[in-house]
Design a protein around this ligand. Structure first.
Ligand SMILES: C[S@@+](CC[C@H](N)C(=O)[O-])C[C@H]1O[C@@H](n2cnc3c(N)ncnc32)[C@H](O)[C@@H]1O
Ligand SMILES: O=C(O)C(=O)C[C@]1(C(=O)O)C=C[C@H](O)C=C1
Length: 243
């Protein structure tokens, strides 16, 4: 039976910084589906992207793979021979469960599940790099270098799918998007206490950028085109291309 996320349901005297530990990993599927508007759509489209962009004898990366949802969606879409998926996460709790999900999946493409920091892995011969809701947890002053390494690791014609929580420079818009996002969470069964305690836990842990910052970082790294292909409230997904 699916486990329901109750991580922030009880009042906490002190709310510590959010961690991808056992408590979170064990309810993560429920947590992310109820916390990220459009999650199922965005992850499901990894199959569509893989079908079109995963080219023969290349690698597809899933950076910050958590339980492997993007990996399994890409794996379903891969049609070309010799494609390997490399799924990376630095959380031991996540990686253990990801391995189980991959092992019980019936699709054929090869998958390496690696416990490592995305700062330390080699990205090479990639036709797709998917980084869904992970850059936001990566140190802001190292984001430029990571995006640059992803660009260098892509083959010509390669695709980066980048999904993130975003912020808005316009204060009124920012407030509107966040207010609607919190309404979405409450409609998904989270209490006001859960919403506020999780928000506190994510302060200085999940640091969102604006869409403009993402576009200019991608351009500086060399991506010739980057387009918004999905947005719901303060969550967006970009497709960036290497010519
Ligand atoms: C919000 S989750 C990603 C969700 C996942 N991509 C999906 O679509 O279901 C963020 C993940 O990134 C991982 N993570 C955060 N920083 C990382 C880093 N520096 N290196 C590797 N993994 C990292 C976390 O452990 C967590 O599992
Ligand atoms: O719950 C929130 O406020 C979120 O921002 C959701 C979010 C994310 O975007 O990565 C944060 C942490 C994880 O629980 C999964 C999703």
């Amino acid at each position: 039976m699916e486990k329901i996320d109750k991580v922030y349901a009880q009042y906490r005297e002190k709310v510590c910084g959010f961690k991808f530990d056992d408590a979170v990993a064990s309810v993560f599927d429920d947590m992310i589906r109820r916390s990220v508007p459009g999650y199922a759509t965005v992850i499901g489209m990894a199959k569509v992207f893989a079908e079109h962009y995963a080219s023969e004898n290349t690698n597809c990366y899933d950076l910050g793979c958590s339980l492997g949802a993007t990996t399994l969606a890409m794996r379903q879409g891969i049609k070309k021979p010799g494609v390997k998926i490399i799924a990376v996460d630095n959380s031991h709790s996540m990686i253990e469960q990801c391995r189980k999900h991959v092992n019980s999946d019936v699709n054929e493409a090869a998958v390496d599940v690696i416990q490592a920091d995305i700062a330390d892995i080699c990205i090479e011969n990639a036709s797709i790099v998917a980084m869904n809701y992970t850059l936001q947890f990566f140190s802001p002053d190292r984001r430029k270098e990571l995006i640059q390494r992803i660009y260098e690791g892509l083959v010509p014609g390669g695709l980066l799918i980048l999904s993130e929580k975003i912020k808005f420079d316009d204060r009124q818009q920012n407030n509107f998007q966040i207010d609607m996002y919190h309404e979405f969470k409450r409609l998904n069964g989270y209490s006001s206490l859960e919403v506020s305690q999780k928000r506190k836990a994510l302060e200085n842990v999940l640091i969102p950028d604006t869409l403009e910052t993402h576009y200019s970082r991608l351009k500086d790294a060399g991506f010739s085109r980057s387009w918004l292909w999905f947005q719901c409230f303060n969550f967006a997904s970009l497709a960036a291309f290497k010519d």
